[in-house]
Design a binder for this molecule. Structure first.
Ligand SMILES: NC(=O)c1ccc[n+]([C@@H]2O[C@H](COP(=O)([O-])OP(=O)(O)OC[C@H]3O[C@@H](n4cnc5c(N)ncnc54)[C@H](O)[C@@H]3O)[C@@H](O)[C@H]2O)c1
Length: 249
């Protein structure tokens, strides 16, 4: 019951890391607003204790603001939404660039502006932003937009931490390596189609780049998210927590 009494909003909680984090936070006693773009994914939360669901497209400022007014103050905001664009700079279109920056970075600007005033009113809050080890931490091939966007998340997190450190609101970024998720399955499938290698060969390539010898589990990220959401991390702000099986060593 490490999060008992806290109200937490998780974006992109429909699947993958977001879902594992929402479930772990609810198990620790928080009231969790699990939000996502896709209703069918939210339906899978039916009957899960401590979880409320709501459709929320973090690309839409008005939707975020309306939702903030509806639910009122929260204690923890976990910005998990993000998209992995694959390709080098010559394969990127303006539209690809704008979409990834909007979803991976500007969405956080939207949600933080909507929920920070309530946290400041309470004199307390924790904001967790999903970055990646593929950022300023590690240059990963074919991740030019993704790496730039996730480095921006880390910069955003540190700047916000500096602005609000004396007012009780903490900001930290999570920087995973490769983690099992539906979108990882899609990326493996896409690389397999592009290269002609079998799906299992491509999966083995993803595993081979992990010094720890395996891909991470969403539940392992959830343990870190629970810690950053809880008062156990009350002296921790402005950090980029690397959790990548040694990928960036
Ligand atoms: N899986 C990995 O290997 C990995 C590694 C490092 C960082 N991350 C980051 O973790 C986060 C989650 O990734 P994942 O792979 O676990 O999940 P995923 O990509 O499989 O799922 C993403 C979820 O986001 C939702 N979504 C998409 N657009 C949205 C929008 N506009 N508004 C609200 N929700 C939206 C989707 O419906 C889906 O449920 C992302 O920010 C990703 O960049 C993932």
């Amino acid at each position: 019951m490490r999060l008992q009494g806290k109200t937490i909003l998780v974006t992109a909680a429909g699947q993958g890391i977001g879902r594992a984090c929402a479930l772990a936070m609810a198990r620790e006693g928080a009231t969790v607003w699990a939000t996502d773009l896709k209703q069918e994914l939210l339906n899978a939360y039916a009957g899960v204790p401590n979880i409320k669901t709501h459709l929320l497209d973090v690309l839409k400022t008005a939707e975020v603001d309306t939702f903030a007014k509806k639910i009122g103050n929260i204690d923890v905001l976990f910005n998990c939404a993000g998209f992995v664009h694959q390709g080098d700079i010559m394969q990127v279109s303006d539209a690809d660039w704008d979409f990834s920056m909007d979803l991976n970075v500007k969405s956080m600007y939207r949600t933080i502006r909507a929920f920070l005033p309530g946290m400041l009113e309470q004199g307390k809050g924790s904001v967790i932003n999903m970055a990646s080890a593929a950022s300023n931490i590690k240059g990963a091939p074919n991740r030019v937009i993704y790496g730039a966007s996730k480095a921006a998340v880390i910069g955003l997190t540190r700047a916000l931490a500096a602005d609000y450190v004396a007012r009780g609101v903490r900001f930290n970024a999570i920087c995973p390596g490769t983690i099992e998720s539906p979108s990882l399955g899609e990326r493996i499938q896409a690389v397999s189609s592009q290269t002609g290698k079998s799906v299992s060969e491509v999966r083995d390539m993803f595993v081979a780049r992990q010094p720890i010898g395996r891909i991470g589990k969403p539940e392992e990220i959830a343990q870190l998210a629970v810690y950053l959401a809880s008062d156990e991390s009350s002296f921790t702000t402005g950090t980029s927590q690397i959790i990548d099986g040694g990928w960036s060593l």
